[in-house]
Write a protein that binds this ligand. Structure first.
Ligand SMILES: Cc1cc2nc3c(=O)[nH]c(=O)nc-3n(C[C@H](O)[C@H](O)[C@H](O)COP(=O)(O)O)c2cc1C
Length: 197
């Protein structure tokens, strides 16, 4: 294991007023911050305004013209690994996430992406499966193990702590261990040779 921590960007996908997903995101960020193998940047899309009217595709222009997108691109570009915290809306993922993902492009490449999802009976897994297809198009690799909360509103107490802490903390560890493996492998590979996009 490298001594240099991986830069992990945790992307909080819900921007809904009165959202409940902050509890899930806070719990996960807490788990990640306990580890020494990751430096954690929380990119909460609520605090990250991105223009809906998009500039020309970044791959064709090679630059970002709006300051908000430039700032977002720089945070995504600095990251070695990502975890997307996503709810499920109408069997998909939120529009806020799609806007964020599409706003930049090469910054995602050759990097691993893990998921923490939440929702009703399906635990947000339908959103995750769709996100896997999207990230494949961006040359990112997705992590098999997912932390998924079905009926998530029953899974945390009034203080925002998980009711079955051992189980879910263990699931977060597995996800972060796998993300760390891929993150280190791909960081070394990117340093050795530019990715052949
Ligand atoms: C527009 C909308 C659509 C939803 N569709 C689903 C769904 O398809 N499956 C599901 O499990 N939950 C669905 N839900 C319930 C969400 O899982 C629940 O409201 C959750 O709190 C949303 O996350 P958030 O509060 O962080 O935005 C939906 C909620 C909204 C607002």
């Amino acid at each position: 294991m490298s001594d240099v921590p991986l830069h992990l960007a945790v992307i909080v996908g819900s921007t809904r007023e009165g959202r409940l997903g902050g509890v899930v995101a806070d719990w996960f960020v807490d788990q990640a911050r306990k580890r020494e193998d990751f430096d954690v940047d929380v990119i909460d899309l609520v605090d990250t305004p991105l223009p809906v009217i998009q500039q020309k595709h970044p791959v064709t222009t090679g630059e970002y013209t709006t300051p908000e997108v430039r700032e977002f691109a720089s945070r995504i570009g600095l990251a070695d690994a990502f975890v997307v915290v996503t709810p499920e809306y109408n069997h998909g993922y939120p529009a806020s996430l799609k806007l964020a993902i599409d706003s930049v492009s090469p910054e995602w490449r050759a990097k691993p992406v893990g998921f923490v999802s939440y929702g009703g009976y399906a635990g947000g897994l339908r959103a995750v499966e769709q996100l896997r297809l999207v990230f494949a198009e961006l040359h990112a690799t997705t992590i098999r193990e997912t932390v998924s909360f079905h009926m998530f509103f029953t899974k945390f107490d009034e203080n925002g702590r998980p009711r079955e802490a051992d189980e879910v903390n263990g699931a977060a560890k597995v996800l972060l261990d796998q993300l760390g493996w891929w993150g280190e492998a791909l960081r070394a590979a990117r340093a050795a040779r530019p990715y052949a996009a």
